[in-house]
Design a binder for this molecule. Sequence first.
Ligand SMILES: Nc1ncnc2c1ncn2[C@@H]1O[C@H](COP(=O)(O)OP(=O)(O)OP(=O)(O)O)[C@@H](O)[C@H]1O
Ligand SMILES: [Mg+2]
Length: 803
Amino acid sequence: MKQSYPVLPLRDIVVFPHMIVPLFVGRDKSVAALEAAMADDKEIFLVAQLDPAEDDPGREDLYDTGVSAEVLQLLKLPDGTVRVLVAGKQRGQLVSVESANGYLTAHVTPAEPDEDEAVEPASAELQALMRSVVDQFENYAKLNRKLPAETAVQLAELDDPSRLADAVAANIAVKVSDKQALLVEKDPQKRLEMVFAFMEGELGVLQVEKKIRSRVKRQMEKTQREYYLNEQLKAIQRELGNEGEEGDGDEIAELTQKIATLKLSKEARTKATAELKKLKTMAPMSAEATVVRNYLDVLLGLPWGKKSKLKRDLEVAQAVLDEDHYALEKVKDRIVEYLAVQARTNKLKGPILCLVGPPGVGKTSLGKSIAKATGREFIRQSLGGVRDEAEIRGHRRTYIGSLPGKIVTNLRKAGTSNPLFLLDEIDKLGQDFRGDPASALLEVLDPEQNNKFNDHYLEIDIDLSDVMFVTTANTLNLPQPLLDRMEIIRLEGYTEDEKVEIAERHLIAKQIEAHGLKDGEFTLTNEGLRALIQKYTREAGVRTLEREIAKLARKALRKILEGKVESVTITPDNLADYAGVQKYRHGLSETEHQIGAVTGLAWTEVGGELLTIESVTVPGKGAIKTTGKLGDVMKESVEAAMSFVKARAPSYGIKPSLFARKDLHVHLPEGAVPKDGPSAGIGLVTSIVSTLTGVPVRREVAMTGEVTLRGRVLPIGGLKEKLLAALRGGIETVLIPQENEKDLAEIPTNIKEGLKIVPVTHVDEVLRLALTEPLTAIDWSEADELAAQPPAGVPGLGGAAHH
Ligand SMILES: Nc1ncnc2c1ncn2[C@@H]1O[C@H](COP(=O)(O)OP(=O)(O)OP(=O)(O)O)[C@@H](O)[C@H]1O
Ligand SMILES: [Mg+2]
């Protein structure tokens, strides 16, 4: 080794002996040093800088140990920098540095034996160490991709421990300071141990790195795959036309947001959160996810905490009811009283209102008005034909395609938690093997229970206590427990005058508007309207009337559009042109007093009706036959009437022997209408007596009343409807049971004024009033004789009509 060399300071690399490295040299001093070396023996001293950033290092900026090297190649680049290839030779200790001729010169002493000096063969221990280092390097090279694979092979051939240590040191990635330490260490064994330790540390890091890399890669692949599949799915959906599907993420975020912001009950929140968690783990398009999504939709769609502001002003309520409905004074009074209690107690814990009456009297539309009057949302839920409990209460979610019940669905639709629910036609509720919807309704309608109504689908309790329930029915044919919870308000039907008013105030205007008729184009005179009511309708309510008016409006509109006329005025004279053939004969159904024909009064679902009772005798043996679709109770009434007449026959002038030769046939025409109930009793007796005695019945008299076997007249129901029917039918006198006289207080005066109402207690009174002639009892001295031999000309069959 020489004593002095030009110095090439290195910024960030440590060169070991026997190592060939390319270097880029840019600093003037370094270039000058190289030039000096090239001019001499091409040898140079390489030493690392302590601070790589130092541009003009002096002695104190350089490490103490460096390496002498030979410049193998030198290439001057056009920008003035130089590229050299150097080969490290021997470690040298820097003694001093002097700066002259534009470069540094180092005075050095060798720090390791010369190359050509004999080296003693490596000990066994050293050999083993060398082998481990080589093995370790192989592992290291495998993990570190930057190393060419053959480096390890080359290393294995080195048998000098010092060279091996240097070669490894040159190839591993460690800090400059660590490399410098390797350079400083003179003992090859120690150096081998050091590189081994470095490699081991590095290997640990590399292994972790590899693990991380592969994990990252796997994850990337998975997300990429999912992304790809999702994109494909979206593309497919787009193809199928399902565009606008929200992304999965958006949906979850939206639901989370909803759960956080809605005023859910505690139970609902727990449930919703749990379901959302489930949804997150599911494939978005799977069937289960759809089920969960629907559930959340229903649950979160309920009107949590949303309420309409209620109107509590009773005067306003009354005004709204009055405006929408004519008449019905008592009904409206009752409703306003009910609202008054509500306003004061701020609660709905009263009985449920039940509007009962024949069709078309305004039950449904009253319900709507109550909603308007109280400021509630209106929801009409028809119960007609509901047979399945699940329709009220929902299906359990275990069923595929299960749905919540009507109550929950409608509550959602209402959008507020305090709507008015009109449960329409509660008497048409069915019942079968699928459970009893009425019992589910009980829970809904019970103010004590309905703050915890449990829908099978939702599985949580919902509070119905703010909902106002109103029910409607045609009859009171309801399960008793339901009846107990309701307050019945009856709408019996309208008189002709009331119908005229309703039509003039509401129906005509409504139809004019519905048909797009203009002002003055359509007029229905008062007389025309009356004729329409009398000849084309026969009903308790006004539904048919409304339909008939619609028909008139339609025909009128057509005429106007065809340009035949400019406006239409309908009077009784031209009514038939528009309304068609007259449907009913107004006034009495009979024009003459008839034998055996009695006008009874019946109460049916569609209101009161006139009911003709006819009977005739036919040859036979005293049997009785009934026709006209009579119910069991009415058939029994016929038998009871017959027995009564048999028992009293002689006092009415009927020979008992007659019953041995004649059968009696009782018929109630209009066979399509089912008839039942006991209230035809006195009518049946009158008809039978008239037939057997041949005395005609007064045509202008109608009657209603149950009869006992002893002839006492018992009270009946539905008096107002029956009286209305009598009035409609042109009857003058109505016989009613004495015990019903108290009910007359409830009957509007205009009905009472139009009829002569006679209370009766016994059948004898009925016969006296209804038959055209008084009856004379049989003289008992002749009775036996008469019974023995048939008299000629028995009255009864086709007796002449008396006038
Ligand atoms: N008093 C009234 N004033 C004004 N309009 C009335 C009155 N009564 C009934 N109407 C009208 O008659 C029509 C039929 O009434 P609605 O549908 O309410 O009958 P309903 O009693 O519910 O019959 P159903 O038992 O068949 O359901 C409606 O257009 C209603 O507005
Ligand atoms: Mg209705």
